[in-house]
Design a protein around this ligand. Structure first.
Ligand code: ADP
Ligand code: MG
Ligand code: MG
Length: 249
């Protein structure tokens, strides 16, 4: 599904990603862990195509096609979803109306008609129940006055509605109390299928108790320096990152 080869990327002429290789197949859950500043968010932003980042080397292939020339919206229409670390507030636009507009924009980009209103409402009801969202929440202005937990839950709701092929969740756990974390993780788990993949970025092992990864990768200074299974996440929790840095010397 996703194949990243020798990816180098800069921000403001400073090299942040220094040769990333990563392959994700349908049905897999991958986690990227690493200390603050190691380039995790840069990687997710580069996959999503954010314009401030400059790819200088390597390639990103998604479902057989090169992503390099596509803007973030086109990538999203192809089925790549990036959770928003800093979500925008849109006064006067409700969660429901925003969701209807984005879902229909996705359908249009893929040559489909608007979803019939009754079908849309049914889907909104199903997905919001799945995530144990309060009905009143759906009529509130997007992100306005939302708590950290509400913002995260809304992100997962958007993900549930759009049903992306590849969902990238960057620090979805920060700012969540344990109950909200469980609901979010539960939502992600219910959406998992053999056809889609999830990339979870976190610096805490905690989230991975609930979203169990098939593969764990450690990122240090712009490179994936170690990969393993979920046991690696426990080892990192216990021992930190210094031993991996030592291995690199
Ligand atoms: P992580 O998500 O692992 O904490 P980031 O990808 O956010 O790491 O950051 C990697 C490096 O890139 C850091 O040194 C950070 O200071 C730098 N960086 C990230 N975004 C910007 C930016 N917009 N402008 C300048 N430097 C940035
Ligand atoms: Mg950071
Ligand atoms: Mg980050």
């Amino acid at each position: 599904m996703l194949k990243i080869t020798n990816l180098h990327a800069n921000i403001e002429d400073k090299e942040i990603l220094k040769g990333i290789n990563l392959e994700i197949n349908p049905g897999e859950v991958h986690a990227i862990m690493g200390p603050n500043g190691s380039g995790k968010s840069t990687l997710s932003s580069v996959i999503a195509g954010k314009e401030e980042y400059e790819m200088t080397e390597g390639e990103i292939i998604f479902e057989g096609g090169d992503l390099t020339e596509l803007d973030p919206e086109e990538r999203s229409h192809k089925g790549i979803f990036l959770s928003f670390q800093y979500p925008v507030e849109i006064p006067g636009v409700s969660v429901t109306n925003f969701m209807k507009a984005s879902l229909n924009a996705h359908r249009k980009a893929n040559g489909q008609e608007d979803m019939p209103a009754n079908e849309m409402l049914k889907m909104i009801r199903e997905k919001s129940e799945l995530l144990e969202m309060d009905r009143k929440f759906l009529s509130r202005s997007l992100n306005q006055g939302f708590s950290g937990g509400e913002k995260k839950r809304n992100e997962i709701f958007q993900m549930a509605m759009l049903n992306p092929k590849l969902a990238i969740l960057d620090e979805t756990d920060s700012g969540l109390d344990i109950d909200a974390l469980k609901i979010v993780a539960n939502g992600v788990n219910k959406l998992k299928s053999k056809d889609n993949a999830v990339l979870v970025i976190t610096h805490y092992q905690r989230l991975l108790d609930y979203i169990v990864p098939d593969f764990v990768h450690v990122m240090l200074d712009g490179k994936i320096v170690k990969s393993g299974t979920k046991e690696l996440a426990y080892e990192l929790e216990e021992r930190g990152y210094d031993w991996i840095k030592q291995e690199q010397l």
